[in-house]
Design a protein around this ligand. Sequence first.
Ligand SMILES: *Cc1c(COP(=O)(O)O)cnc(C)c1O
Length: 396
Amino acid sequence: MSNIHELDFLKEKIEDLKKEGVYRKLPVLEGGNDAEVILNGKKVINLSSNNYLGFANHPRLKKGAIEAVEKYGAGAGAVRTIVGNMSIHEELEKLLAEFKREEAVFIYQSGFNCNIGTIQAITEKGDLIISDELNHASIIDGTRLSKADKAIFRHSDMDHLEQILKENRDKYNNVLIITDGVFSMDGDIAKLPEIVELAEKYEALTYVDDAHGSGVLGESGRGTVDHFGLHGRVDFSIGTLSKAIGVVGGYVAGSKVMYEWLSHRARPVLFSTTLPPAAAGAIIEAIKMLMETTEYTDRLWDNANYFKEKLGKLGFNTGNSETPITPVIIGDEAKTMEFSRKLLEKGVFVSGIVFPTVPRGTGRVRCMVTAAHTKEQLDRAVDIFEQVGKEMNILK
Ligand SMILES: *Cc1c(COP(=O)(O)O)cnc(C)c1O
């Protein structure tokens, strides 16, 4: 018998990953997350980040971080409910609420924490959570932590959602409908106006996770709720500060009552230390930049449209994206990973995404164009896609 501490049960699973061709090592960046990066020692065009606006390594954010460190120190020193709630956290929440055009914003250490903390705090036994089948892993985990019952509706299928509402509404106290604002693997936008109408018809609450809509959709990146003009009609609007905003953190925007309750019951905030001052300082600068000008989001959309059009013209299958997320669907898992590997060899880093992140047989490389890319970099990337596409008979 082998020693249990050698973790043979995990080694076997790792062998399976290798057999499926999906085993990988974590890529290592030497330096900031820019449009071109030094990856494993080689300079490549970066089409893999969520750094939509190029804020992650922006001088104004860095300055905001440094000034916050000098005034408040390196860490918050305690959970917010004890003595870790600094004036810079309050300032950040007020600014975010103004930006989001909502009454209040409650911050978490990440978007992931926001979902696992908020969903369980606002639901209980006797409630029903109805969730889109393609919702993010953190929503799935957050839902698992809730004592409410759960139902899944087919992706963006409003008839199915209505059927679940019709059959179940009377059996429950509260019903909470949860959807991603932008679906991260395909780049499609939730049918939020229809979801809100159904919610109003059946007296349900609505919860939108706008991780990929924050800083991308709506006026200067105010998000999916703003994009559709649904202010006041979505109860819980989640954003991340880790993607377009370029730093780290998550938040839920909504009513003052929501804020009061979460500050008593959101477990990741009650039992885990809040954002470090540097993060808060950098985020405050990012939000100010978005409130000053739409130039960052304009450039993001311009670059994304430019790149998507060029790939489409070459004959790649870019799916049904309505946002800067640009999937190039290859299908087979191993072929997808090979495509990604060959792109990297030629100087483009775009990660392969396969089962279990997306359904089997729908493997893709997911291109993330940002405001920071130059047209020259995008042209160079398109050329490399064409070369590899032809080499692997993906393009005719
Ligand atoms: C990325 C993502 C998250 C997690 O956000 P972090 O701030 O990185 O923890 C949550 N929900 C969705 C839909 C996401 O895409």
